[in-house]
Design a protein around this ligand. Structure first.
Ligand SMILES: [Zn+2]
Length: 115
């Protein structure tokens, strides 16, 4: 994704609809079921991807879901790594549903303002 590379690609801000379908259990859609430890929680940025062992781990913010990084994503294989427990992540994801149609109404922050 081009805009991520303008600054050091530590984090990215995305819309819920960019990552998952809005149907059913959202966090289940994110996680890789083939990974035994896909539901492990990493409160701080993982040093390596649990799947491909890459060190390029992005913090992912979802508009309207959580004010800050909601989960981690490998920049190489796009593996999702949870920052919060599955149930909590699901609640935050559900918060974002319906909000993404009008992002300008609730203060969109461009990725360039991340620090
Ligand atoms: Zn990976």
């Amino acid at each position: 994704m081009g805009e991520v590379n303008i600054t050091f690609p530590n984090n990215k801000l995305i819309m819920l609809e960019d990552v998952i379908s809005e149907d059913g259990n959202l966090v289940e859609n994110l996680l890789d079921d083939s990974m035994e430890d896909s539901k492990d929680v990493h409160k701080t940025r993982p040093k390596k991807c649990t799947r491909c062992k890459s060190s390029k781990i992005l913090g992912v913010e979802i508009m309207g879901a959580y004010d800050g990084i909601l989960f981690w994503e490998c920049d190489i294989c796009e593996n999702t790594i949870l920052r919060f427990k599955e149930e909590l992540t699901e609640k935050y994801l559900q918060l974002a549903k319906g909000l993404w149609t009008n992002p300008s109404d609730w203060g969109y922050i461009p990725p360039s303002e991340f620090n």
